[in-house]
Write a protein that binds this ligand. Sequence first.
Ligand SMILES: Nc1ncnc2c1ncn2[C@@H]1O[C@H](COP(=O)(O)OP(=O)(O)OP(=O)(O)O)[C@@H](O)[C@H]1O
Length: 214
Amino acid sequence: MEKVFEVKHLSYQIGETKILKDINLNIEKGKYVTVVGPSGSGKSTLMRILASMISPTSGDVLFNGQPITSFDPMQYRQRVSYAFQQPTLFGKTVKDNLQFPFEVRKKDFDESLVKKYLEMVNLNESYITKSVNDVSGGEKQRIALIRNLIFPPEVLITDEVTAGLDAENKAIVHKMLNEFNKRGLTILRVTHDETEIDDAQNLITIKNGEVANV
Ligand SMILES: Nc1ncnc2c1ncn2[C@@H]1O[C@H](COP(=O)(O)OP(=O)(O)OP(=O)(O)O)[C@@H](O)[C@H]1O
């Protein structure tokens, strides 16, 4: 199997505090990997490193066989997309957010495509013109998620993106992500959700900054 990520002897520390300790792991292309572990164990830190938002103190991360440091950050972000634990919407309207993926790619806004994505996460087309102040936390999460997917990346990292959703909307997000995964998207999902953990095909457990299983 082809590896999308190879993590070798990766450590991360802040001052004297060791947050990640000698992490070694491979992520295979096309997998749906679930990352679990106690609060504060280092899951988000590891995901932020894979998303190239922070650099490890030591060790290497290869993306498609190349060090992630060798990629242009803007290009890398289009290939490896990170959906935050607490998403923020920027600008004034939902449209400002969903236009952004087109702007960074210098493409014309495609309203019908955006409407299709909104529908996928159970939001009707009227959301396009809504003010960012008038959408709920769970709606924000779903809008931020589709912002990551309008132009599908090669890898999607989701950090507890279903945490604030009710059962119906959780199921909708699961279905959407499963479909993207079936079409080839590699997904790394951080979660504390028992159902998501029970359903997981590939589990990575992080404990005290270390991989507890591979
Ligand atoms: N910028 C920072 N400065 C100081 N400590 C930090 C920083 N970032 C993370 N930490 C610490 O590193 C440890 C790991 O944090 P991290 O967010 O990676 O954990 P997590 O496993 O994702 O937790 P949770 O499940 O609660 O989201 C925690 O003890 C946290 O307090």
